[in-house]
Structure formats: structure tokens, C-alpha cells
Write a protein that binds this ligand. Structure first.
Ligand SMILES: [Zn+2]
Ligand SMILES: [Zn+2]
Length: 499
């Protein structure tokens, strides 16, 4: 063989070897630094895995301790694909994976990594042929994977006693190993709203750390049953929870805490996560927002515009109560108007005037640009728009048209436009509307049945004021660009960054 060709072949072989070795190393670098790297196995289950798996992932992510990936085809697992991970969580119940994937998982755990088994993942793999009628997969014609049972500490058995569960109910789980890190601070136990499995075929390696009494009146066994246990397998650790039947079961605080802590323990051998789950609440310094509705019907999707933002603490109050609230200026940072009203008493006008003269934020959405037609200072100086609900002098009334296909473009740059992009929506358009020439226009459309300006910041100086023609119904409320626009407007009018 020609020397040069041999060199090239050797080089090609070297490159191929290099490529084969690369994924595991590269994968590790593609995770968030400092986080535990978790892989959830899913894709088959006699439970609703399409609902439970995303929620299990959310729990691990929300705990702040994990960076998480999910596979719905565990059959493809190899030692190389698992190498980057610290812990594997199984939400899988179905057919066997074949020798390569099964060996990869066993080797992974034996090498010192973690494994977490959730609920039905403990009767996988033909360990109990009698359950075939319960399963839709063909898995139960396969020979059982006995090593799996040893690794996870228990399997379902045909008995006696036969493994099973009674009626789903609310019961208390008690820790039986008081100093175990997963249960620290949970000495009083916790409630589960779940199926309570009984009659497990426990394997010698299982160390039970939590049990629950399985009441006969719930068709249970009348005994304390193992619920949580651990297994030391090779150099690795396995945490098993028999809990987790459905979303309601997963949403129990005790499940959240023990699952996330158990996953941390399986991955590292330690627990740093607290014994209580952080409450989903606005941040301590959240922008205080009062949303005013009333006077105009709207889709309930409107309220979803304010969901999922810890940087906002939102209250909804329809007029006239909103405008009669004592201490409006003291209690709120931003008023969001989505109401339609013409006349309000002088004291309510005074409250609104005081609010916008005090350096607060005002966000006016869609039909609320037609508020207070006869209060010239409000529409001319503050909001910079006059949608006339009736003809005024020689000016005809403003017009609206439903179900228009609109293309809305950004004009220039502004913090409110951060991440918004052009909008393409089916929207109600407004025409014959006076828009103040002193506004800073942020978005516009060329639509023939629209005025042109679609969103702006007014020239009013005492407070930051944003208004938009957009926001008619769910087609707009659910548009990610519109959602971003409203969120940014609230933050910007409150003087906060929008990034
Ligand atoms: Zn179940
Ligand atoms: Zn509308």
C-alpha cells in the first residue's frame, strides 16, 4: 500500500475514534455548570406519561438543582449517551430495551451513578406476566429482566401476596429511618393523594425508609407497606418511590420534596434541598399591578396575559370599584386598563389623576382607548389617543372591524419591543381614531382598515404611559409576541428592565 494512503487511512481511523469518544465529553459541557445532570426515561407507560414526564422534569428544574433531558426511546441508550449524566429517572413502564440499553443502565448505576424509580416504573419488563392484561405493550411475552428487580429493590409479583393496590385515597407516609437525608425535617411524615401499592416482592437489597398504613376499608392490605426505599447497587444508589400515579399525586408537596431530594441523593449521596417546596409566589420586589376590567365583554384568555411572571404581583378589579380603591397610588405601581367606561365621578377622576401624576405606570389595552371620551386631559395629554364611541362635533365616530388579518411591524427600537418581533394575527382593527402626533410610535400596520399606529408611548411626562390598539380576543391574548409586548409594557412603565 502506498505510504500516503496508509497515512490517510490511519488518520481516518483516528478521526473516527476521536468522533466516537467525543459525544460524552461534549455532552457534559452542554449542561448548565454546577447542576446535577438528569435524564428521564419515558415514552411508554400504562399511566399518562405525556402528562407526568413533563411535570417530573419541571419539578427537578424548579428545585434549582438539576439540568434535565428526557428520552422517549430508552431503547437507544448506550454507555456513551448515559456518560454525561449523574442520575437517570425512570417514568417508563413497557417492553424491554434490548441488551445494549439494559446493560448500559446497569453499568451506569454500578459505576457509581444514580437511578430513581417512579410508581409504575417498578413493574416493567415482564417481571410479572400475570399483569399482561393491564398492559398494552407486548412486553410481557418477553423473559423477565430479573436484574432490574434486584437493582430497583422490588418487583410486582403474582403472589401470594399478589402485588396491587386498593382505592386511590389520601394517606400519610411516615419515615422509618429518622436520620435519612431524604426525610430530614419531615419527621411528621407527609400526605399522599395516590394509589397505595401493597404486596411488593421486596428484594434483599432494598432499605425501606418510608411506609404508609394501607387501610382495609380502602381495599388495602391492613398493614404498613413500603413506599420509599433505597438500594446500594454496585457503587451506585437507587431511590424508589411507589408514589406518582397521576398529576394530582405528583403535585402533593410531600411528593415534590421526596422526589427531588431522592433524585439529588441518588445522584450525589447527599441532600441539600429543603424539606419544604418553595411556594409559587411573586418575587418580594414584584411590580404591583392593578388590572381594571368592566364595561366590555372579553375572552377569559385575557387573564393569562399576567400568568407565569414572578416579577409581577397582579390584582384584577372591575370598575367602578377599582377607581374607588383607597390608596390606589400607594398600593400599586402600574394600572392596566382593559375596561370601557365614559363617565366617572369627580373623586374617581381625582384618584386617577393623582395616580398618573405621581410617577407611576399606565398601560391601556385595546378597547380601553375608548375610555373617558369627554375627559379631554385624559385622552389628549395622558394616553394620546381618542377613540370616539359617538360622533363629536364634526368628527365621525371611530370604527372597528373584527377578524382582520394584520401584519404589525416594529418602529425603531425600545425596551418595550425587546423580544416582541413583527406580529401576524387575526385581530379587530380600529379606524377613524385620533392618535396624538406627540406619541412615540412603537408598532404600526399598513392594513387598509386600521388607523396605522398600533402601539406607542405617550408624551405625557409625569408617568410612563403605554397604549396599544391590540388585544381583542384569545387569538391575540395567546400570541407570544403580544404577550411579550404587554409584559414589557408593564415592566417598562414601572421603571424596570424588560430583559
Ligand atoms: Zn398508578
Ligand atoms: Zn375588541
Amino acid at each position: 500500500m502506498h505510504l500516503r494512503m496508509r497515512t490517510m487511512i490511519a488518520l481516518a481511523a483516528l478521526l473516527a475514534a476521536g468522533c466516537a469518544a467525543l459525544p460524552a465529553q461534549n455532552n457534559a459541557r452542554l449542561f448548565q455548570p454546577g447542576k446535577i445532570r438528569a435524564l428521564i426515561l419515558s415514552g411508554r407507560n400504562n399511566h399518562e406519561w405525556r402528562i407526568t414526564t413533563p411535570y417530573l422534569r419541571k419539578l427537578l428544574v424548579d428545585s434549582g438543582r438539576f439540568d434535565v433531558r428526557v428520552t422517549e426511546e430508552p431503547t437507544g441508550m448506550t454507555s456513551a449517551t448515559l456518560a454525561a449524566y449523574d442520575v437517570v429517572v425512570s417514568d417508563y413502564c413497557g417492553p424491554r430495551w434490548g441488551e445494549t440499553a439494559e446493560k448500559a443502565l446497569v453499568d451506569f448505576v454500578k459505576s457509581g451513578k444514580g437511578l430513581v424509580i417512579v410508581h409504575a416504573a417498578d413493574y416493567s419488563f415482564g417481571v410479572m406476566p400475570v399483569l399482561g392484561d393491564h398492559m398494552t405493550s407486548a412486553g410481557f411475552t418477553e423473559p423477565p429482566w430479573t436484574e432490574y428487580g434486584d437493582m430497583v429493590g422490588a418487583v410486582w409479583t403474582p403472589g401470594p401476596p399478589r402485588t396491587g393496590h386498593g382505592r386511590r385515597h389520601i394517606f400519610k407516609v411516615k419515615f422509618t429511618v429518622p436520620d435519612h437525608p431524604i426525610g430530614k425535617g419531615l419527621e411528621q411524615g407527609f400526605y399522599a393523594n395516590d394509589e397505595l401499592y401493597f404486596g411488593f416482592g421486596m428484594r434483599p437489597g432494598a432499605k425501606v425508609i418510608g411506609t404508609a398504613f394501607n387501610a382495609k376499608e380502602m381495599n388495602g392490605s391492613g398493614k404498613d407497606e413500603p413506599i420509599l426505599w433505597t438500594v446500594d447497587y454496585g457503587k451506585g444508589r437507587v431511590f424508589h418511590t411507589a408514589l406518582g400515579h397521576d398529576l394530582m399525586a405528583l403535585m402533593e408537596e410531600g411528593f415534590k420534596v421526596t422526589f427531588s431530594r431522592g433524585s439529588e441523593w441518588a445522584a450525589t449521596g447527599n441532600v441539600t434541598l429543603p424539606a419544604t417546596w418553595p411556594k409559587e409566589a411573586p418575587n418580594a420586589d414584584a411590580v404591583r399591578v392593578l388590572v381594571v376590567t368592566g364595561g366590555h365583554a372579553h375572552d377569559p384568555s385575557f387573564y393569562s396575559l399576567f400568568e407565569g411572571y414572578p416579577e409581577m404581583a397582579v390584582t384584577v378589579d372591575p370598575h367602578p370599584f377599582a377607581y374607588t380603591r383607597k390608596g390606589l397610588t400607594k398600593k400599586y405601581d402600574v394600572l392596566v386598563l382593559y375596561d370601557l367606561i365614559q363617565e366617572i365621578p369627580e373623586d374617581q377622576k381625582q384618584a386617577l389623576r393623582e395616580f398618573v401624576e405621581s410617577g407611576k405606570g399606565l398601560v391601556v389595552l385595546h378597547h380601553a382607548i375608548a375610555d373617558f371620551n369627554n375627559w379631554e386631559w385624559w385622552w389628549k395629554e395622558v394616553v394620546g389617543v381618542h377613540y370616539m364611541v359617538a360622533p363629536m362635533g364634526d368628527q365621525p365616530r371611530s370604527l372597528y372591524k373584527l377578524n382582520q388579518e394584520v401584519f404589525v411591524q416594529q418602529v425603531g427600537t425600545h425596551p418595550i419591543l425587546q423580544g416582541v418581533g413583527p406580529l401576524h394575527m387575526i385581530e379587530e382593527t380600529y379606524k377613524q381614531v385620533w392618535v396624538s402626533p406627540t406619541n412615540t410610535i412603537l408598532m404600526k400596520t399598513e392594513h387598509p382598515y386600521a388607523e396605522g399606529p398600533m402601539a406607542w408611548v405617550s408624551a405625557y411626562e409625569k408617568s410612563r404611559v403605554f397604549a396599544t390598539m391590540m388585544g381583542h380576543d384569545h387569538l391575540v391574548h395567546t400570541n407570544p409576541g403580544y404577550r411579550r409586548l404587554v409584559r414589557n409594557a408593564i415592566l417598562w412603565t414601572a421603571g424596570r428592565p424588560t430583559k
